[in-house]
Write a protein that binds this ligand. Structure first.
Ligand SMILES: CC(C)[C@H](C(=O)O)[C@@H](O)C(=O)O
Ligand code: SF4
Length: 462
């Protein structure tokens, strides 16, 4: 029977199936960080169990780490990080601690080391695990009790989601990025649009994206409510993986590529739902509200609650405008920001930093600007290319790797009432600090905004 890519990967990993029960899936790679793992290890200790496959488990410190060198001042953050260190040592798990050359945001380090590969099942106690689907595997976030289950057994009980295809036809116009595309997709299908589905992103525009761009798209699948998002592997995927630390080599590489090439949706396979979007019509996107679906082209104006026919959307817009301190009808370009944040697992990769640097080269920032590499390897690469000098010369702050201002779990936060243009993935109330206001943007728009102090596309800079 013809099958979708998601169905193929899923079926390959089922170790037990019984009527009325979730499938028991084998997990190829388990990523952990300091926030969602402590209780899972406590559970193992209580039960007297070891970690079943410590070599398939990788830990990093990302959410609670400061991005300036020095000790962790916040006692809660400090305890979380120390607990992860203790647990990793006790259970024999490889950990990339703060300051280590391999440390970084969990969803950046998996791909950069070549740990993330096509056809894999990958889980992590973190919703943005969907990022790894960019390589053509099934990757999703799990809860802490599930983390314990995976640590103990290297398997996970799960019901197979339905399948959705998002067909992205046409080509993205010059200056329009993967981030704009995913913001437009979420604005179209809504933050609940993907609920119950694994989404496969397909079509010409997806094929043309770099791996970095594909990761940006898959990263935000969860913001459309999807269980996971994935993209069939192709030459772009193989070229990205070749030579990476954990990628196969020699004959094993050839065999792997041979297998990876089979990882595509059969021509006559059917999806439970198909959504189409024409990439050629898109322009830079920004969010104006407090969920990632409340986005519009930068050319638009702040909407009015009356623009929404659906009463729930209308009251959500009303509340969002109030929280965001915005007035309907204001051109989005006139919104002034206090802070620009370039970073996170959505847009903290080398390509994102290159894009931001290209815009900031020879210019000055008009506002506080944080440039935070997603990993220490991204940082090293950026420094090798001299990007840090460009950022510093422009007046931006060049930081160590971490989740940083993506969420308020470390010292990089907004103060109440402050407003940011941020390349991260969530604009919820208080996400970047209590009372902080977030506009989600691409790295290009973030950098251009840093230059003018109000929401700006690079094309506006002239
Ligand atoms: C802290 C963690 C559990 C959380 C997640 O699940 O995604 C965080 O990474 C986020 O982006 O909100
Ligand atoms: S960078 Fe942001 S989205 Fe990614 S794992 Fe960290 S907190 Fe979550």
């Amino acid at each position: 029977m013809a099958r979708t890519l998601a169905e193929k990967v899923w079926e390959q990993h089922v170790v037990r199936r019984a009527d009325g029960e979730p499938d028991l899936l084998y997990i190829d790679l388990h990523l952990i960080h300091e926030v969602t793992s402590p209780q899972a290890f406590d559970g193992l200790r209580l039960a007297g169990r070891p970690v079943r496959r410590p070599e398939l488990t990788i830990a990093t410190e990302d959410h609670n780490v400061p991005t300036v060198l020095g000790p962790i001042a916040d006692p809660v953050s400090k305890t979380q990080v120390e607990t992860l260190r203790k647990n990793a040592a006790e259970f024999g798990i490889r950990l990339y601690p703060m300051g280590d050359a391999g440390q970084g945001v969990v969803h950046i380090i998996g791909p950069q080391f070549g740990l993330t590969q096509p056809g894999m099942t990958i889980v992590c106690g973190d919703s943005h695990t969907s990022t790894h689907g960019a390589f053509g595997g099934i990757a999703f976030g799990i809860g802490t009790s599930e983390v314990e289950h995976v640590l103990a057994t290297q398997t996970l009980p799960a019901y197979r989601p339905k399948t959705m295809a998002i067909e992205v036809t046409g080509e993205l116009p010059v200056g329009v990025t993967a981030k704009d595309l995913i913001l437009a997709i979420i604005a179209k299908i809504g933050t609940g649009g993907g609920q119950g589905y694994i989404v496969e992103y397909r079509g010409e525009a997806i094929r043309k994206l770099s791996m970095e761009g594909r990761m940006t798209v898959c990263n935000m699948s969860i913001e459309a409510g999807a269980r996971a998002g994935l993209i069939a592997p192709d030459e772009t995927t193989f070229a990205y993986l070749k030579g990476r630390r954990h990628a196969p080599t020699g004959e094993a590489w050839d065999q792997a590529v041979e297998y990876w090439k089979s990882l595509r949706t059969d021509d006559d396979a059917e999806f439970d739902r198909v959504v189409e979007i024409d990439a050629s019509t898109l322009t830079p996107y920004v969010t104006w509200g407090t969920n990632p679906g409340q986005g519009l082209p930068l050319n638009a104006s702040v909407p009015s609650p009356e623009d929404f026919a659906d009463p729930i959307a209308r009251s959500a817009a009303e509340r969002a405008l109030e929280y965001m301190g915005l007035t309907a009808g204001t051109p989005l370009r006139e919104i002034e920001v206090d802070t620009v944040f370039v970073g996170s697992c959505t847009n903290g990769r080398i390509e994102d930093l290159r894009a931001a640097a290209e815009i900031l080269r020879g210019r000055q920032v008009a506002t506080r600007t944080l440039i935070v590499p997603g990993s220490m390897m991204v940082k090293a690469q950026a420094e090798q290319e001299g990007l840090h000098e460009v950022f510093k010369a422009a007046g931006a702050e060049w930081r160590e790797a971490g989740c940083s201002m993506c969420l308020g779990m470390n010292p990089d936060t907004l103060k109440p009432g402050e407003r940011s243009a941020s390349t991260s993935n969530r604009n919820f109330e208080g996400r970047q600090g209590k009372g902080g206001r977030t506009h989600l943007v691409s790295p290009q728009v973030a950098a251009a905004t840093a230059v003018t102090g109000h929401l700006t596309a690079p094309a506006d800079l002239a």
